[in-house]
Write a protein that binds this ligand. Structure first.
Ligand code: SDX
Length: 397
């Protein structure tokens, strides 16, 4: 029916596209980046190492990891013009609006990396990828500082990826914020778990724009806008708003679940998934690591966590949810980690975008390097009016 689309990726595959980056088995709850199970990467890898894997297809050697880290460090600062660009947004701008605009603006500052053509010259790809991954973090933190009316912090060359982000966000002129290893590790896990997820809405958007021959920054900017939607990346924010609203109403979740089941507009945000018809493996990892992360963050008992646990336990034994195969997805618990780290609610989807950056970059290149790039052109099933003849105004009813 209207709204459903078929998908032709130009390879003659309709309904699906070929990709070698991420494998998901929705029924079995399996997620692998380049063949590596997400559980092993979460236990042993880091966001930066996983970003390298997702983009390049292999885990880095010691030299490759060192060189990649150097590229990220040297590309962390923003050009003065971009700083002013961010400063000139209204203070209460939504960070996703600033992020999509500024990611696109990178193409204006690095034109040699932003050529739009269909015969791709990917010689500068590594530099463009490092700029996108490193600067998305700086842009996000600077946007937060403008929101708060606070001066920018500047990246520290001796800080790691997550430490630098937290420093950029929370350091004060006379009080440098040195994140604890626990906080940096909680952020690291969050970002790693979001690195890619096959052909989700925002990634498909990046691929669609890439297929027209658009540059990496323009394609990513389109992906940021798709991610902003509350049914997609906006869900982690919507989960916290839902838990807070349940908490403030004095409900323990029971009444809310009834309204969600009655389809009265309320949805159990953070539940359900187009592909996972069982527990989202990322949600499981976050939940299992949660207590350790919260304890290390000094959070003893979080009333919103109690409500989340109650909602989950009731929903997972309720036929409405079980019959529709609605289980927790990555967003159900991830917002509680962001909240525990001190990330403000309106930055949650930006955090998702930072994590998803390697996936968007890898998927853009997969399209861009296609030998005979063909523009994506989904087909439609026409359900409109059959042919009819024009009527002069005076004859219209
Ligand atoms: C992400 O694609 C990806 O991989 C995305 C993502 C990624 O990493 O990129 O995993 C990230 O976007 C995770 C999803 C975050 N969104 C939410 O948590 C929002 C709440 N969830 C839903 O809106 C919904 O479950 C979706 C959008 C996630 C999936 O929707 P579908 O597969 O299109 O299912 P649907 O809307 O057709 O619903 C099927 C039925 C309906 O009931 P009936 O018409 O059969 O009576 O299930 C119901 C829906 O009303 N339903 C829900 C529900 N989700 C679906 N009912 C209550 N609460 C929910 N959350």
């Amino acid at each position: 029916e209207a709204g459903a689309i078929t998908f032709d990726d130009g390879f003659g595959n309709t309904g699906a596209c070929a990709s070698a980056i991420t494998f998901i088995d929705g029924e079995a709850g399996i997620l692998r980046y380049r063949g590596y199970p997400i559980e092993q990467l979460a236990a042993h890898s880091s966001f930066v190492e996983t970003a390298y894997l997702v983009i390049n297809g292999e885990l880095p050697t010691i030299e490759q990891r060192r060189d990649f880290g150097r590229l990220l460090t040297q590309n962390a600062p923003l050009r003065e013009g971009l700083l002013r660009f961010i400063q000139n947004f209204p203070r209460d701008s939504h960070p996703m609006a600033v992020l999509s605009a500024t990611m696109n603006a990178l193409g204006a500052y690095y034109p040699h990396l932003a050529s739009n053509n269909h015969q791709r010259d990917l010689t500068h790809f590594d530099e463009a990828a490092a700029i996108a991954i490193s600067k998305v973090r700086t842009i996000a933190a600077h946007t937060f500082r403008v929101n708060r009316g606070q001066p920018f912090n500047y990246p520290r060359p001796n800080f790691g990826y997550c430490e630098n982000f937290l420093h950029l966000m929370f350091s004060e002129p006379y009080n440098e914020y040195i994140p604890t290893a626990e906080v940096a590790s909680a952020l690291n896990l969050f970002l790693l778990l979001h690195a890619d997820h096959e052909q989700n809405c925002s990634t498909s958007t990046v691929r669609m724009v890439a297929s027209a021959g658009a540059n990496l920054f323009a394609s990513i900017s389109a992906g940021v806008n798709a991610l902003w939607g509350p049914l997609h990346g906006g869900a982690n924010m919507a989960v916290i708003e839902m838990l807070q609203q349940i908490h403030d109403s004095g409900d323990d979740g029971t009444k809310f679940l009834e309204s969600a089941k009655a389809g009265k507009g309320a949805r159990l945000m953070g539940f359900g998934h187009r592909v996972y018809k069982h527990y989202d493996p990322r949600a499981k990892i976050i939940k299992e690591s949660f207590y350790k992360a919260l304890a290390s963050l000094g959070i003893k008992n979080d009333p919103l966590l109690d409500i989340a646990m109650k909602l989950e336990s009731v929903a997972l034994s309720d036929d409405y949810f079980v019959s529709r195969k609605l289980y927790p997805n990555v967003d159900f618990y991830s917002g509680l980690i962001m909240r525990a780290i001190g990330i403000p609610l309106n930055m949650f989807t930006v955090m998702f975008a930072i994590g998803r950056m390697p996936g968007w970059i890898a998927q853009w290149r997969e399209v861009a390097q296609t030998p005979k790039l063909k523009i994506h052109r989904p087909r439609q099933i026409y359900v409109g009016q059959t042919q009819r003849d024009y009527l002069p105004m005076e004859q219209r009813g």
